[in-house]
Write a protein that binds this ligand. Structure first.
Ligand SMILES: [Zn+2]
Length: 126
């Protein structure tokens, strides 16, 4: 019998695999973080890795919980809805309130309009 191998969880309480032998689709929290995912809070671990450690404070054996990839959600700093709102806000700041053109740069708030509309030539023409 392979040490720490307990896919049914009869010995360790939850399904257990030796380090490096986790079935495909199961990842540790650290591995999930590296690919931009994290476990959802209600989705508990599906098993654990167990390996012998030299660290004395770990009692010679260490474990890492495994999570199925299906129970994880992608970590994002902003949701697509938030990103769209940011895009709209950026576009609005680049749109001149006078000529209604997207001028490609942020309208200076102290001018209140694009540089074309606030240039001396434009003022003279108006
Ligand atoms: Zn303008």
């Amino acid at each position: 019998m392979i040490r720490f191998l307990d896919p049914d969880g009869t010995r360790y309480g939850i399904p257990t695999w030796p380090w490096g032998m986790a079935p495909s689709g199961l990842y540790t929290r650290t591995q999930l973080r590296e690919i931009g995912f994290r476990p959802t809070s209600p989705g508990g671990p599906a098993g654990q890795l167990m390996w012998r450690s030299q660290r004395a404070d770990a009692g010679g054996i260490r474990t890492a919980l495994l999570y199925p990839i299906g129970q994880t959600v992608q970590r994002t700093t902003a949701t697509p809805r938030q990103m769209a709102a940011l895009d709209r806000a950026h576009a609005a700041r680049k749109t001149c309130p006078d000529c209604h053109r997207n001028v490609g740069y942020t309208i200076p708030t102290h001018l209140g309009a694009c540089l074309d509309c606030t240039s001396p030539q434009a003022k003279n023409a108006a």
